[in-house]
Design a binder for this molecule. Structure first.
Ligand code: ATR
Length: 286
């Protein structure tokens, strides 16, 4: 605890100014009446080890970890949760009995957002296509397999990365080259974008959703803009579409509960608050 006994947590990244985590945790601290603090920690790669060592001191009870530190956080931990172990990345840190502990709440965050945004996906997804093969794809693929999805096809610009990821997850997963996407989409019940395509200032993810079944669900984990070109294309095609913001909101909850001891809720009011903030930042940019 700090001198005043206030519990502190925060988000550690480089850069970190864009992070909406302080807004989310600040909302929960306020609405739950907890006298804690949630800060931004701008930490360059060479400073990460010292930051991790400071967890557990001066009231700092833990931290979220964002780009580019998720793999360094994984390596720094003395103890890992199951989702961190399976995905090879850590986004939530805390200390227990002197040991640095970490888990990856992106997995549960993605699944909770999908459950909330398109509940029909449950039990109806035999096959999924995941675009991308980075850290976010690992969390998504692991989450889908953990929910019993039978076939996950990973499609990535760099095919070797898709193949490596598929090999890591075993029988339920396979890799397909980008040019085969139309054929893969024909049989998919779910399409998830985990690439950075469609993000503000990045090229759009320009793929044709025409081959997809009418019952298919499309999810994007990009949340700036709130409705990406992919989400808009899915809606025009009449498909259920899940925006990326839900994952951001839901991945925050387990860390908050661990650090501050109360289970927070992703309310419509919180979603509206973060949506307004993302929209306002978009207007500033344009
Ligand atoms: P994260 O940890 O957030 O997933 P990452 O590991 O940098 O980030 O992965 C970014 C993903 O977006 C990768 O799958 C990347 O494809 P490559 O493996 O070929 O680099 C994908 N990506 C980024 N820019 C892309 C582009 N212009 N076209 C296609 N895919 C792109």
């Amino acid at each position: 605890m700090s001198a005043a006994g206030t519990r502190r947590a925060g988000v550690c990244g480089w850069p970190v100014a864009h992070s909406r985590s302080p807004l989310i945790h600040g909302y929960w601290l306020k609405t739950l009446g907890i006298a804690g603090a949630y800060e931004r920690f701008a930490v360059p790669p060479e400073g990460f080890a010292a930051f991790a060592a400071s967890i557990g001191r001066d009231g700092l009870v833990g931290a979220n970890v964002t780009v580019p530190h998720k793999e360094a956080a994984f390596a720094a931990c003395d103890r890992l949760g199951a989702d961190a172990q399976s995905s090879g990345a850590v986004n939530t840190l805390w200390r227990e009995g002197g040991l640095l502990c970490g888990d990856n709440t992106d997995v549960a965050g993605f699944l909770a957002a999908l459950d909330a945004g398109a509940p029909q996906w449950r039990g109806a997804t035999g096959g999924a296509v995941v675009l991308g093969a980075g850290g976010a794809a690992r969390a998504v693929v692991h989450g889908l397999i953990s929910r019993g999805v039978e076939r996950v096809v990973i499609v990535n610009r760099t095919d070797e990365r898709a193949q490596a990821l598929a090999a890591r997850f075993g029988q339920a997963t396979s890799a397909a080259p980008w040019r085969e996407l139309p054929r893969q989409l024909e049989s998919a019940d779910l399409l998830v974008n985990t690439t950075t395509l469609g993000m503000a200032d990045q090229p759009a993810l320009a793929i044709d959703l025409a081959p997809m079944k009418a019952s298919a669900v499309v999810a994007d984990i990009v949340y700036i803009p709130l409705a990406t070109p992919l989400v808009e294309a899915a809606r025009r095609r009449g498909l259920a579409a899940v925006e990326g913001l839900g994952m951001l909101l839901h991945q925050a909850a387990p860390g908050f509960e661990r650090w501050f001891g109360a289970r927070p809720t992703v309310t419509p009011e919180l979603r509206a608050l973060v949506e307004a903030d993302v929209l306002a930042a978009g207007k500033e940019r344009s």
